[in-house]
Ligand binder design. Structure first.
Ligand code: GSH
Length: 214
């Protein structure tokens, strides 16, 4: 059985991606929780994960760190995690890579905080550009997948797990995309693994004052 090492469900957007993927696909795993911002957090992270970061997947003697490497590892072992069509799969990998390496304004200004509701007006151009780019990705992918939807490439895939934290951020900070992207957002927030995560984040006793003030 896999062990997935994760941090706080309410705040840890990287941990969430493989957690949602495995939960949505019913891939069994044990969960090991390391709360962030505790005196022993760094020591515990370094003891469990080669990068000192989470998520980290343990499979027997093997540790796989970094959310994208974990998703790729799982995709080699479980069918259906990437889209079946090679062109769809290439675009799905591109949008995941773009998320993995970019969107720094969104990530720094709109920290994931599933429990929080703090609607605001976007004034920073870099943040506005990140939001516009995400809406364009959602619109393009959903228009491409068409009737095969409702997810970015038809059925739920790694790409949806990758954009799920953005859905929570949009909900928290009151970003309301128009058209197909807006429909995608509402549908994602009603998806079973996201609802389970929302309930678990609500019940999580830990809170991080620095993030709650953002
Ligand atoms: N690129 C990494 C990012 C991992 C990451 O930054 N994780 C955060 C939690 S969301 C972490 O471990 N923070 C603890 C620290 O940096 O000390 C991935 O995709 O897994």
């Amino acid at each position: 059985m896999y062990t997935l090492i994760i941090a706080n469900k309410n705040y840890s957007s990287w941990s969430m991606r493989p957690w949602l993927l495995m939960t949505q696909f019913g891939i069994p795993f044990h969960e090991m929780f390391i709360p962030l911002f505790q005196p022993d957090t760094q020591a515990r992270l370094r003891a469990q994960s080669p990068s000192g970061r989470v998520p980290c997947l343990i499979d027997g003697d093997l540790s796989v760190w970094d959310s994208l490497a974990i998703c790729e590892y799982l995709a080699e072992r479980h069918p259906g995690l990437w889209p079946a069509d090679p062109a769809d799969r290439a675009v799905a990998r591109a949008v995941c890579a773009e998320m993995h390496s970019g969107f720094t304004a969104l990530r720094s200004q709109y920290g994931m905080n599933i429990r929080r509701r703090s609607p605001r007006t976007v004034t920073d151009p870099a943040l506005a550009a990140d939001i516009a780019r995400i809406e364009a990705i959602w619109n393009t992918c959903r228009t491409r997948s068409g009737a095969a939807g409702p997810y970015l490439f038809g059925a739920f895939s790694i790409a949806d797990a990758y954009y799920a934290p953005v859905c929570f951020r949009f909900q928290t900070y009151g970003v309301i995309p128009q058209g197909v992207a807006g429909e995608y957002l509402s549908m994602m927030l009603r998806t079973s693994s996201l609802l389970t995560l929302t309930a678990q984040a609500a019940a999580e006793p830990e809170s991080i004052a620095e993030y709650d003030r953002l």
